[in-house]
Design a protein around this ligand. Sequence first.
Ligand SMILES: Cc1cc2nc3c(=O)[nH]c(=O)nc-3n(C[C@H](O)[C@H](O)[C@H](O)COP(=O)(O)OP(=O)(O)OC[C@H]3O[C@@H](n4cnc5c(N)ncnc54)[C@H](O)[C@@H]3O)c2cc1C
Length: 475
Amino acid sequence: MESAHYDIVIVGAGVAGSALAHALSTIPRDEPLRICLLERSLAEPDRIVGELLQPGGLAALEKLGLESCVDGIDAIPVHGYCVVLDGKPVHIPYPEGRTGRSFHHGRFIQALRAKAKVARGVEVVEATVSELVECPVTGRVLGVRATRKEEGAVEKEAFLADLTVIADGCFSNFRTTVMGGAARKPDTKSHFVGAVLEDATLPIEKHGTVVLVKDSGPVLLYQIGTHDTRMLVDVKAPLPSDLKAHILDNVLPALPSALHIPVQKALENDRLRRMPNSFLPPTEQGGRHSKEGVLLLGDSWNMRHPLTGGGMMCAFNDVVILRDHLANVHDLSNWKEMSDLLHRWHWQRKALASTVNILSVALYDLFGADDECLEVLRVGCFKYFERGGECINGPVSLLSGVIASPAVLFWHFFSVAFYSIWVLFTHPHTVIGADGKPTRVVPGIDAYPFLFIKSIQVFWTACVVFVPLMLTEVR
Ligand SMILES: Cc1cc2nc3c(=O)[nH]c(=O)nc-3n(C[C@H](O)[C@H](O)[C@H](O)COP(=O)(O)OP(=O)(O)OC[C@H]3O[C@@H](n4cnc5c(N)ncnc54)[C@H](O)[C@@H]3O)c2cc1C
């Protein structure tokens, strides 16, 4: 069997792998690191993932010297969000005039790969990795076995290295082997079903749009090119057998009317694609359960709900911190040194990663409300945004990566919970009168005992959403 030796082998030239290969090549050294980046297909990917990069992600991209990857790909500047409930929009601009970018995922990935290809010391190889090469005595990972895509290449080749990085994405084949006893299973919260709308007009142009749909998951829309707008419809399990009919009957009526024709056309002409929306909290690597000589990066290690578009931002931020630590490593094959590095990396990334992870799932639970108490929180959250000022600025700063603080997130989440309870007591709600007609009334004192019990249930629900998420992050 053929074999080649490198300093670092990276599996997967997606968001994280391509950025890491380039980042490692920029570490100042007498001899450049020899890096092998293995990717099963170097053709432009056609996926419904990774199409909106938050301002915090753009900042991380700049730190990596990769900011030009969003140029020349018809990327659209994103200035914030618009959340729509019952046809009513609320404008949520990014703080301090910051912007993100949205684009066709495949074009962005090709730009990242192009940077990796010309980086010093990086060899990009089109090959599918099938297994890890382990030392028969110590179990340490020494590299990987892969089969090149070239015609006639049937023989598996060994790509050996002092350090192996697995960045093979959400369906990782190696996560369990690497993490051993500490491995966790991703929890699939729902699916996003995606289509591209042609020449659609969003309620506020160049803003991500989130439409809250009663008795259904939220719908996410953002422009990804001059004429193209991505629509992602959140669908919970069990998936309806006819997804098109589900969207037409249950989702379309909640969308702004300007979108009805583009959505109908897309459903007629476009193939619906779907992806699982998984949550996988990060587990510290380098401990006694995980394998030596290897680490996980990107979605193979840590995933959050894509509702808040934070995956790429987390991946780039992880690469920034990892590069800085690896720049100071004396010997990549010294696992004691690498374990200490992984420990520091794990805790240093927490501020941003935990904020984004918790926010994405907590917000999804509210926006995809599937019980009465969550519905109270969903309406309360929308009305919290309507207050404007810090009620918008705080949450959007967290979502966009401008502020990385689980404590600030805790504050806003429970402010939403208390405000939802206030809304319950003081805001008009719909009741059906004796004549069978719906009217809007503010609850009277006679309703207070019932509302008091409901408030406790709502507060308890908020705790049940938030506290377990917080706990997944403190290890
Ligand atoms: C529906 C959906 C929408 C999303 N939208 C957004 C968004 O708008 N903004 C955002 O920031 N994040 C978004 N995300 C998350 C984001 O896409 C991921 O966080 C990001 O792509 C993770 O990067 P990665 O490098 O870990 O994985 P990937 O980008 O998936 O890269 C993995 C690479 O590994 C390669 N590979 C896999 N197996 C092998 C193998 N055996 N051998 C060789 N190569 C292999 C793959 O071909 C691929 O190129 C979304 C996720 C989902 C599910």
